[in-house]
Design a protein around this ligand. Structure first.
Ligand code: DAH
Length: 348
């Protein structure tokens, strides 16, 4: 008994160490251990003459040895086959190249470009301004009086360091793209017809419905005799182009310091067609932007004669429009960059 058990353990040790680097080496190992004349097979032959009371223990050990050997050989065979397939592929210069994963456009870029495209067809050009701005361009020149509560409408991030020293400054992250209006009006002469897309920042807790940064598109048109009717026509045209020819708009009186009169614009709910659904809270209307006639104070503060010129302005959130177009309800998805979300816009 001692000698058979020793032989089994000895072979088990060998089997655990065995290595093969080619199909031939592997076959040699299989023959050495498992073939009819193999070492394990001959141990099974020896086993026949083992006294009955030892059969149970030795039989188990032998089966274990055979199983272990087969498993090791199969594993090595798989590895060698993979290696061979890989070598063949690497050496095959006619093989088709690995597919390249193409990126997709971000839904906010798609929607921003669509807005730009619609307004460019009625003569608007693009204007840009800085995201790190000063109080003057974001509030002062837009008719926000100092300490006026309207400043609290937008929770602003102020930059509180200058040359490494902690102190309050009038430098801030712009909270709306209306700041680009003041930059354009001070640097260009009317007629002005610009669209100002860009990122804005507000000190808001991040949730599904609010984020500390988002995107707006601002529109500004200044010329002689620009009227509220012109504003309404431009916005109706935009709404139909963006949401379909059936779309209706309505303007509700509102307040912004930089426009007078001011309004908020709703479109007929593009989900229920205006009948009322959970999206429009049963009203049939959804708000999409703020607008109004540029306040004469704003024109004057930018050096434009308010007796000669008038103008309209509007501002909308790109996330809001995207939500309406593609039903993206959680704002956080736009900045998390989960490719499973982003790839859904591949064919848009
Ligand atoms: N700046 C406003 C905001 O961020 C949006 C806005 C409203 C822009 C009315 C305008 C406007 O140009 O006329 O809430």
């Amino acid at each position: 008994m001692g000698s058979l058990k020793d032989s089994i353990n000895d072979l088990l040790g060998q089997v655990q160490q065995m290595q093969a680097n080619s199909a031939e080496e592997l076959e040699a190992l299989r023959i050495k251990y498992l073939s009819k004349k193999g070492e394990i097979t001959s141990l099974f032959n020896e086993f026949r003459s083992v006294p009955n009371e030892q059969k149970r223990e030795l039989g188990q050990l032998l089966n274990q040895l055979r199983q272990e050997t087969e498993t090791r050989i199969n594993e090595m065979r798989e590895r060698i086959n993979d290696q061979m397939a890989n070598d063949q592929m690497v050496n095959d210069l006619t093989r088709t190249p690995d597919p390249i994963q193409l990126g997709t456009r971000h839904p906010l870029s798609l929607v921003r470009e669509e807005i730009e495209d619609i307004f460019s067809r009625i003569g608007f050009t693009i204007a840009q301004g800085p995201e790190v701005e000063d109080d003057k361009h974001v509030y002062g020149m837009l008719n926000f009086a100092p300490e006026h509560p309207a400043r609290d409408m937008q929770d602003t991030f102020f930059v509180e360091k200058e040359m490494g020293v902690q102190k309050p400054t009038d430098i801030l992250l712009r909270s709306h793209t209306s700041s680009v209006q003041t930059r354009v009006m001070t640097s260009q002469k009317p007629p002005i017809r610009v669209l100002c897309p860009g990122r804005v920042y507000r000190n808001e807790a991040i949730s599904a419905r609010a984020h500390c940064f988002f995107h707006q598109v601002e529109g500004l048109y200044i010329d002689k005799n620009v009227s509220f009717a012109d504003l309404r026509e431009a916005l109706l045209y935009f709404s139909k182009e963006m949401f379909g020819p059936e779309t209706k708009i309505r303007l509700r009186p509102s307040y912004f310091p930089f426009t007078e009169p001011s309004a908020e614009m709703d479109i007929s709910c593009n989900i229920c067609g205006g009948k009322g659904c959970s999206f429009c809270k049963g009203t049939g209307w959804v708000e999409i932007l703020g607008c109004g006639m540029v306040d004469p104070n704003v024109l004057e503060s930018c050096g434009i004669d308010s007796k000669e010129y008038s103008g309209y302005a509007f501002g909308m959130g790109v996330e809001r429009i995207t939500n309406l177009k593609y039903r993206v309800k959680d704002l956080r998805l736009f900045s998390e960059n989960d490719v499973r979300f982003l790839r859904q816009f591949e064919s848009c």
